[in-house]
Unconditional design. Sequence first.
Length: 502
Amino acid sequence: MSAGTYTNPVLDADWSDPDVVRVGDDFYLTASSFGRAPGLPLLHSRDLVNWTLVGHALERLEPAEEFATPRHDCGVWAPSLRYHDERFWIFWGDPDQGVFQINAPGIRGPWTRPHLLKAGKGLIDACPLWDEETGEAYLVHAWAKSRSGVKNRLTGHRMRPDGTGLLDEGKVIVDGDRIPGWFTLEGPKLYRHDGWFWILAPAGGVETGWQGAFRSRGFFGPYEERIVLEQKDTEVNGPHQGGWVRTPSGEDWFVHFQQRGPYGRVVHLQPMSWGPDGWPVVGDDGAPVTVHRRPALPPQPPAAPATDDDFPGGRFGRQWQWTANPGEGWATQHSGDGLRLTCLRSAHAHDLRVLPNVLTQRLPGTPCAAEVELRLDSDEPGARAGLAVLGDAFSWIGLQRAPDGTAQLVHRFAEGAAEAERDAAHPRLAPKGRARLRIDIGPGARCRFSADTGDGFRPSGPVFAATPWRWVGALLGLVALAPSGPGHAGAATFTRFRLTPS
């Protein structure tokens, strides 16, 4: 890649359903976070190529009791990020509750608590529009058939300009069933341009679909449609669902995702222009680009969302999320470096997929090695802690306290259909109760586990192929557990988490 070009994907990890907005010289992006907490990640860029994670807009999911245990495919779906009236706004659909809205004076907050704008089952992919010419406000959303029995259509509303309520019962403004060949129309993003209302929305499914554009002189239609981005003869399957942004100099760009199995939905940047017939032209005449000229913006140093962590003071970085709303005392702050996780007692210690206290970050989309140092600070028989690859199937390696008081290195896994984990390798003694744990993540997210308990790294078990959840890419996780019982079960300390490119 030359200094004047960039290579897709620009975010090579699971930043699902991205939306983007420009404020001054700064670009901001948010993405789906589903059932993890904190939710609604907030990324910043000055050049649309190099992004850093600056925070999250949603500290906890609500209702809090419903997200006290993992709901991996629920929660925050396909948010829209906008700037209006000197405030940042995020709208999203929770498929089980309805359309929510939050807002803040700055990207780092403070963000308001979620406001339920429209209650209902299956309401997803919500996007607002404030028409600066008329002062009117609008909302569009899609439908999840799994909750509502309805899909492939977009519903529009007039909205109160302050974003607190809707002004009508809503109307189907685009019915995908009436468009030959179109199915699973979803993910709408709403804009005004050149006297038209525009909806940029994908269809055809996340792995095989395309990006569509719709335009109408009136918000409630009728809309014309056109496919503006599709795979064609490229390797970018299902290029769709994202947002349009314009730079200060007037360049247009489109940010979208590509579904990549266990890696989740990685983010691509496409050039965009407006053709002589007034329709958007995305990518290379409608095909995704792999390498392209950079946006005409001031050059920026290379940057990417953080992955490594020394856990200063026992605090973890922004890249980490719990698999559900966190509880008190799960991670203990202290004066040194290292993450001190409580060995949380659970009747479900045999299945990491149902535990809320797994601290996770995204699986990188390129081959790499994940490594962390672990000390088991618990004398409780059965207490354990380790490093995991978590998805519909999972595998982890770590330390467990044996009934005789010794620490053992254990490596366990569970297939997607299994209800409990099994040994992936024979346990072996870890004399000092310490270990360096390592997962080498190769092409196709094939993971090889190894550990050093004082005599150098030794491989453990067969290769494990990471798997996604239904909508979520595989995750790397740190976890500390203990069997059910009374009293405190001790803790485990993780230090020097590193992700190293292979």
